[in-house]
Write a new protein. Structure first.
Length: 290
């Protein structure tokens, strides 16, 4: 290196500027020369600029497609890491580094990591499916095979539900994707289906009128679709009726419980007998025949 620098200085002193620049570009350390380092630096800058351009383009395309913001952020992070790895390999190759062996080392390391965190990766895959398919969003009330509650947070690995009992449950995304998901909030309305019984002595019209009157008193019940009262089955000691109505999701539980109270009150006012099972006990004295 000292000899190369001395040669450059001699050329400069002798007025050979072009030859001095050429000598300086060939000066280096071992296989690396100043020219190869500058070339690798220029290649690095070009790759980084290309990576930024590709990331901006991908971000615009995903935004136009309506992809979820969190999903877009995760995808961009993955693309950024991949582009940076490719940039490092390209620059290393330009400097004469054996990229083939480097790729092999990275592949073995990636395989070892994937085997160690395969459960986490399955949850990440489940999270990607949830974010793409969108079976529920934040604030929805859902029922799953692992539990039910209001969706509080969706991450790549877990989904957090707030249960009616005030508990927060973390469910792995892999199990959510593999099971059934019932979303009670997505349509904005829910239907209640009560089962009530009345005596055989009560006319169906009277029972139906009492049930409809109770629903008219209950706030939160929608008039369209209209409530229904239908005779469902004949029991051993009573007739079974089904009372159905629709309510907005946020009004559902209030309407559900209030309607049960109003049905009981309307039956008492209209003289409709709400039957229940009876148990008759006969006491037999010892020695008597039953």
């Amino acid at each position: 290196m000292d000899n190369s620098v001395d040669a450059v200085l001699e050329n400069v002193g002798g007025g050979g500027a072009a030859s001095a620049l050429e000598e300086w570009m060939r000066a280096g350390w071992g296989k690396l020369t100043v020219g190869s380092v500058l070339s690798a630096l220029a290649l690095l800058l070009a790759c980084l600029a290309a990576a930024r351009g590709l990331l901006r383009l991908a971000d615009r395309l995903m935004a136009r497609s309506g992809m979820d913001g969190r999903m877009r952020s995760y995808a961009l992070r993955g693309m950024k890491a991949l582009l940076y790895i490719l940039t490092a390999l390209i620059v290393a190759g330009s400097l004469g580094v054996d990229v083939t062996s480097l790729i092999a080392v990275v592949s073995v390391f990636g395989l070892a990591v994937s085997l160690a965190v395969q459960d986490v990766l399955s949850n990440v895959a489940g999270g990607m499916v949830l974010l793409f398919s969108k079976p529920f969003t934040l604030g929805d009330y859902v029922s799953t095979g692992e539990g039910e509650g209001e969706v509080a947070e969706i991450t790549l690995t877990h989904t957090k539900l707030d249960t009616p009992g005030g508990q927060r449950v973390m469910l792995p995304n892999s199990k959510l994707v593999a099971g059934q998901i019932v979303n009670y909030s997505v349509r904005g309305v829910r239907r209640a289906d009560h089962v009530v019984t009345a005596s055989y002595k009560d006319e169906p019209e009277a029972v139906r009128a009492a049930c409809l009157k109770s629903l008219e008193r209950t706030p939160g019940i929608l008039s369209d679709p209209a409530p229904q009262v239908v005779l469902a089955a004949y029991g051993e000691s009573s007739i079974e009726y089904r009372v159905r109505f629709w309510a907005k999701t946020e009004d559902y539980w209030d309407a559900h419980f209030r309607s049960l109270e109003e049905i009981r009150r309307a039956f008492a006012e209209d003289g409709v007998t709400m039957t229940y099972n009876h148990l008759n006990v006969h006491i037999v004295e010892r020695g008597e025949k039953p």
